[in-house]
Design a protein around this ligand. Structure first.
Ligand code: SAM
Ligand code: SF4
Length: 472
């Protein structure tokens, strides 16, 4: 039976335990943070629930990267306010918290604008959730968005084996937070603060714990993950390439990935790791944002399009089959048709396996927001459509090129149809396999037979029961 404590420190057991619903917006780093918030609340007696209606505590873990992302939070809080009012009519309590980057950026304003909110907590202080909730129970509305002096990772309870298993065989592990690059469009240096790397020993310990609980693939996370640095047991400086080498030695850790990288921080050691380590998957998310040197300069990216292409040549020389992914922004202030053409040219030259693309969204407090030459929304829309059509074609071509190839697939879960399993190719594309290929956590060597819109079909996966075929 699960044991917990209520806000007055009184132990609760089993079905009396309170439930928390955590809704995650934005990037993988927020997914990881939500898991760790779940760990912190688990040791405070909360059990996770998948339904908001069932929860005693609702936490929104938010994203501030674009205006739309932030506005979504306020409309969700409007709906939650109604739920909270219904609960109050029934004489039951519902507590509501806002965490993540909107919490960090807007702090007290959230409390003022959204009366349903009891608690606002930043990305650096969520280890203090239990204390903040205790204050809420005493009737306070809490805002805790300091850049805490203590390291949250030293204060968070370690994830338990059962919790890790429930999250699957592929796990995230944050190794680095914050950013010192100050791209002129981006809020991250303001919401997540300066670059901080977690120490090597702490990361190795967390990785071993994940693997002992059944994890077979780890994706290292950081806002600028390849800026990670620490020192090894001998006190020598070590970067991400060295970290990946040490992780690759952990028995049963079959696959490693990392995201998101900045082109300026791709050093020789990391490129060599791609050449030498079979566990380091041949997939790299390396955003360039624009193909125009003028716009790259205005964005303060500190590299040119040619620098980026030369870097890709070096990476491809080390790992010829590497699949490339990127991020693109269209309509940055001052972007002309010719600048946009330069971006299309760069995309054609690279050939991406996947990519993310966005319309520029002015973020208050960033230099881009006050620059001259904001681009008309209609023009941004047109450019985005054009760019996405090109990227879609490249993505489809990459997927088609896998047909007939044999590749190792990590089996992650059961498929929707009986007899099917879902796994990941080395290039991150989901693969549908027959159940006979192996169990969850195994790596199966399969031949790709066909392509679906968002997945690859392995040999034998099409053999679905008659009823399923008729429905399809
Ligand atoms: N650190 C990573 C890098 O340097 O590429 C990216 C971090 S950011 C969370 C993810 C992506 O969001 C960026 O690569 C960029 O394409 C996009 N992005 C950031 N700020 C934006 C803005 N103001 N408007 C539109 N897209 C934005
Ligand atoms: Fe934002 Fe990435 Fe630039 Fe840092 S490097 S400011 S996180 S886009």
């Amino acid at each position: 039976m699960t044991e917990g404590r209520d806000d007055r420190g009184v132990a609760q057991t089993g079905s009396n335990a309170r439930k928390v619903f955590i809704k995650t917006y934005g990037c993988q780093m927020n997914v990881y943070d939500s898991q760790r918030m779940g760990d912190a609340l688990g040791s405070d007696g909360y059990q996770p629930t998948e339904t908001m209606e069932d929860a005693d505590l609702i936490l929104l873990n938010t994203c501030h990267i674009r205006e739309k992302a932030a506005e979504k939070i306020y409309s969700e809080l409007g709906r939650i306010r109604l739920l909270k009012a219904e609960r109050a009519n029934e004489g039951r309590e519902l507590r509501v918290g806002v965490a993540g980057c909107v919490a960090q950026a807007e702090g007290h304003e959230i409390i003022a604008r959204a009366p349903a909110v009891d608690l606002v907590i930043g990305p650096q202080t969520y280890h203090r959730l239990p204390q903040a909730l205790a204050k809420v129970a005493r009737g306070e509305r809490v805002v805790d968005i300091d850049h805490a002096v203590e390291d949250k990772f030293d204060h968070l309870p370690a994830s338990q084996a059962g919790q890790i298993r429930g999250r699957g065989v592929a796990a995230f592990l944050t190794v680095q937070e914050g950013c010192d690059k100050f791209c002129t469009f981006c809020v991250v240096p303001y919401t997540r603060g300066a670059e901080v790397s977690r120490p090597l020993a702490q990361i190795l310990e967390e990785a071993r714990r994940l693997v002992a609980a059944g994890v077979r693939e780890i994706t290292l996370l950081g806002q600028n993950v390849n800026a990670w640095e620490s020192s090894d047991a001998q006190g020598r400086a070590i970067g991400l390439g060295g970290l990946v080498r040490q992780l690759a030695e952990i028995p049963n850790l079959l696959r490693l990935r990392y995201t998101t990288s900045h082109p300026r921080d791709m050093d020789d050691a990391l490129i060599a790791a791609h050449r030498d380590l079979p566990a380091l998957m041949p997939y790299l998310h390396l955003p360039v944002q624009s193909g125009s040197d003028r716009i790259l300069k205005a964005m303060n990216r500190r590299h040119t399009a040619a620098d980026y292409l030369r870097l890709l040549d070096r990476i491809r020389a080390a790992r010829p089959d590497i699949a490339l992914s990127g991020d693109f922004i269209v309509g940055f202030p001052g972007e002309t048709d010719a600048d946009f053409e330069d971006t299309l040219t760069l995309i054609r030259e690279v050939g991406y396996a996947s990519a993310f693309s966005f319309k520029y969204s002015p973020r208050p407090g960033t230099p881009g927001a006050t620059m001259e030459g904001h681009v008309d929304e209609g023009v941004k829309d047109e450019r985005l459509q054009h760019l996405q059509a090109l990227l879609r074609d490249q993505q489809a071509a990459f997927a088609r090129a896998q047909v007939g190839r044999r590749m190792p697939v990590l089996i992650e879960k059961h498929g929707r149809h009986p007899g099917q399993m879902i796994g990941r190719s080395p290039f991150l594309i989901p693969v549908v396999l027959p159940a006979s290929a192996g169990a969850v956590g195994a790596v199966a060597e399969v031949r790709i037979e066909s392509v679906r819109p968002n997945s690859l079909m392995a040999e034998g996966a099409e053999a679905m029961p008659e009823a399923m075929r008729l429905r399809a």
